[in-house]
Design a protein around this ligand. Structure first.
Ligand SMILES: Nc1ncnc2c1ncn2[C@@H]1O[C@H](COP(=O)(O)OP(=O)(O)OP(=O)(O)O)[C@@H](O)[C@H]1O
Ligand SMILES: [Mg+2]
Length: 271
C-alpha cells in the first residue's frame, strides 16, 4: 500500500489525524478548552496548576496551545519533558534555559537557579512558566526540589507559574503525606477526561476537514465504535481512525464503514 495512493483515493490534501497540528488548528472540545483556560490562569497569576489525564488525553497539546498565545517578549516558558533527569538535571535545565552555566556543587546550583528565576521576573519583567511534563514520573527528590523553588523569596508572590502535567496517579502521589506542602499550594487542578460521543464525532470530522474532506467519509456507526473503544481519548481515536481508513482503502471502499472500524479495533486489541 502506498500512502500516496490512499491520499489520492480519498482526495486528501495531507494525511489526516497527524500529530503535529498547529495550535490554531486544534479541536476545541470542552476538556481541551477547560484545561487551556486553567493553564492560562496559572501563567497570569503565577500559580501552581496540576493537569492530569490518561495517556493521550491531550495534556501536552493543551499546554502547547496555552503557551502558543503568549507574547514572547513578556513570557519565558521552561519546558521539562524528561522527568528522569533527577533534581540536579531539573535545576541544570532551568539554569541553562535562562542563559547560565550550571554550577557544579549542588549547594550552589540551587540558589543559582533561584536567582536566575527571580531575575527573569524582577529585572526583565517577564512572567515565567515552568512546565513539568510526565510529572507522575518525578521522584520524591525532584518533587521536593520543585517545591523548594516555588517556595523561595520572602514575599508572597511566587516568581513563576508552575504547571505539572501527568497521568492520574500524579494526583494521588501529591496527596500523599510527603508532598502535602506542595499539594496545598496547588491553586488549580483539572482532570482531562475523554471526549463525549458527540465530541468524538466532531473531532473526527475536524481532522478530516483539515485534510480536505468536509463531507461524510466515516459512517456514524464507525465513529460510534471508535468512540466506544477509545473512550474518547484523542490519541486512541487518531490511531483507530487511521487503521480504519487503511482497512477501508485496502477493501477499495469509498466510505469508512463499521466493518472497517471493526478491523481497526481487532488490530489494536491484538497488540
Ligand atoms: N484539542 C486537540 N485537537 C486535535 N488533536 C488533539 C487535541 N488534543 C489531543 N489531540 C491529539 O491527541 C494526541 C495526544 O495528545 P497529547 O500528546 O497532548 O496527550 P497527553 O495527554 O500528553 O498524553 P501522554 O500522557 O501520553 O503524554 C495528540 O498528538 C493529538 O494528535
Ligand atoms: Mg504528554
Amino acid at each position: 500500500m502506498s500512502i500516496d495512493r490512499l491520499r489520492a483515493h480519498y482526495g486528501f490534501t495531507k494525511m489526516p489525524f497527524g500529530k503535529d497540528l498547529a495550535p490554531g488548528m486544534l479541536h476545541a472540545h470542552d476538556a481541551h478548552a477547560q484545561a487551556v483556560a486553567r493553564i492560562q490562569w496559572c501563567i497570569q497569576e503565577q500559580a501552581i496548576g496540576v493537569i492530569s489525564g490518561e495517556c493521550g488525553a491531550g495534556k501536552t497539546v493543551a499546554a502547547r496551545a496555552a503557551v502558543a498565545g503568549l507574547d514572547a517578549s513578556r513570557h519565558t516558558v521552561l519546558y521539562l519533558g524528561t522527568p528522569g533527569v533527577g533534581l540536579r538535571g531539573i535545576y541544570g535545565l532551568i539554569v541553562t534555559a535562562l542563559g547560565g552555566t550550571p554550577r557544579f556543587h549542588h549547594a550552589s546550583l540551587i540558589p543559582q537557579a533561584q536567582e536566575l528565576l527571580a531575575a527573569e521576573s524582577a529585572e526583565r519583567g517577564k512572567r515565567v512558566l515552568l512546565i513539568c511534563d510526565e510529572a507522575h514520573l518525578l521522584d520524591g527528590d525532584s518533587l521536593e526540589g520543585i517545591r523548594c523553588l516555588s517556595n523561595m523569596g520572602m514575599d508572597q508572590t511566587a516568581p513563576f507559574g508552575l504547571l505539572l502535567l501527568g497521568q492520574p496517579m500524579l494526583r494521588h502521589r501529591l496527596r500523599r503525606g510527603a508532598f502535602t506542602a506542595l499539594d496545598q499550594r496547588v491553586a488549580v487542578r483539572y482532570a482531562i477526561g475523554g471526549l463525549s460521543a458527540t465530541e468524538t464525532s466532531s473531532y473526527v470530522q475536524h481532522h478530516l476537514a483539515l485534510a480536505g474532506r468536509s463531507d461524510t467519509l466515516f459512517s456514524d456507526d464507525a465513529i460510534e465504535l471508535i468512540h466506544g473503544v477509545s473512550r474518547g481519548l484523542p490519541r486512541q481515536v487518531n490511531n483507530l481512525a487511521v487503521s480504519a481508513l487503511i482497512a477501508a482503502f485496502a477493501a477499495n471502499k469509498s466510505i469508512v464503514d463499521e466493518s472497517s472500524a471493526r478491523a481497526a479495533v481487532a488490530e489494536i486489541s491484538a497488540e
